[in-house]
Design a protein around this ligand. Structure first.
Ligand code: SF4
Length: 284
């Protein structure tokens, strides 16, 4: 045995006890009163016969070792008129206030139970210019108002750049409740909520709608082309016997992410086109 080995053994012996005891004392000071050992799976008895690997027959699928997850629970909206406002309550609302009253308890889609605040929309009830975004984010969900976070600040600046104030316009979203993790609302969620937005538009009767991002364009007009391709090109929404010009532009959140001169100029051009339209002399 090489020289020095006994000393090394002795120091190991000391480490086996003192640091462990110190660690135990520390844990106890922290309030941990006992440590639980995970039970080990029982070993197969040595006498158990060796099993041959089973080969699945052609007619039987191989047994899966993974647990099969249960099918996703289908969301069942409540049947009452508060959780699921009937169409006549929506179409029968003759003011924005009455509409909000009729739908603010809505739980028609899975976004409803997860919301903190219902975000109906806000602004001038007779606005000539209306903005339609996708859905509330975290700040909007907390405050119950549309476009109040960083994207909202930018939208306010964008509106100011064309010589208007936020209060002169109306701002709403495709869905009134926040999608989790700010994801895009699913088609079923958007469809469940779209009737509310359409009634809002009918009541406001804007001269022009500016859609922010791809989602409102897709849900309101069925346009599935990318926003980069289609922004700045007039579209038309037929609703309530009227044809409303629609100007698609980028969502302010996208502008914040891509804060380039080109993107900002593009948005300004789109909003300027919308403003020029509402300012044009009307035929008498
Ligand atoms: S997102 Fe719209 S449809 Fe879904 S629960 Fe909220 S208000 Fe109702």
């Amino acid at each position: 045995m090489p020289e020095g080995a006994p000393r090394f053994r002795a120091s190991l012996d000391a480490m086996d006890t003192s640091p462990l005891e110190a660690w135990r004392d520390t844990l106890q000071e922290l309030g941990v009163m006992g440590l639980v050992r995970e039970p080990r799976p029982e070993a197969e008895p040595a006498s158990a016969p060796l099993r041959r690997a089973e080969t699945p027959s052609r007619s039987q699928p191989p047994p899966s070792t993974r647990p099969v997850p249960p099918p996703a629970a289908r969301y069942e909206p409540p049947a009452d008129p508060i959780g699921c406002p009937p169409p006549e309550a929506v179409l029968g609302a003759t003011s924005l206030q009455a509409l909000e009253q009729a739908i603010q308890g809505c739980l028609k889609c899975p976004l409803g139970p997860g919301r903190i605040r219902f975000v109906f929309g806000e602004g001038n009830p007779s606005a000539r210019l209306m903005f339609v975004g996708e859905g509330p984010g975290r700040d909007e969900d907390l405050q119950g108002r549309p476009f109040v976070g960083k994207a909202g600040e930018l939208l306010d600046k964008m509106i100011g750049a064309i010589g208007l104030t936020r209060a002169e316009t109306y701002i709403a979203n495709v869905v009134k409740c926040r999608p989790p993790d700010n994801r895009t609302p699913g088609p079923d969620e958007a469809r469940a909520c779209l009737g509310y937005l359409r009634r809002q538009i009918e009541l406001i009767q804007p001269v022009v709608i500016v859609t922010l991002g791809a989602t409102p364009l897709r849900e309101l007009l069925g346009v599935s082309e990318g926003i980069t391709r289609i922004r700045g090109q007039w579209r038309q929404l037929e609703l309530g016997g009227r044809r409303i010009p629609v100007m698609p532009t980028f969502h302010p959140a996208y502008v914040l992410r891509q804060y380039t001169q080109d993107v900002r100029r593009a948005v300004w051009q789109d909003l300027k086109a919308a403003k020029d339209w509402i300012d044009r002399p009307t035929e008498s």
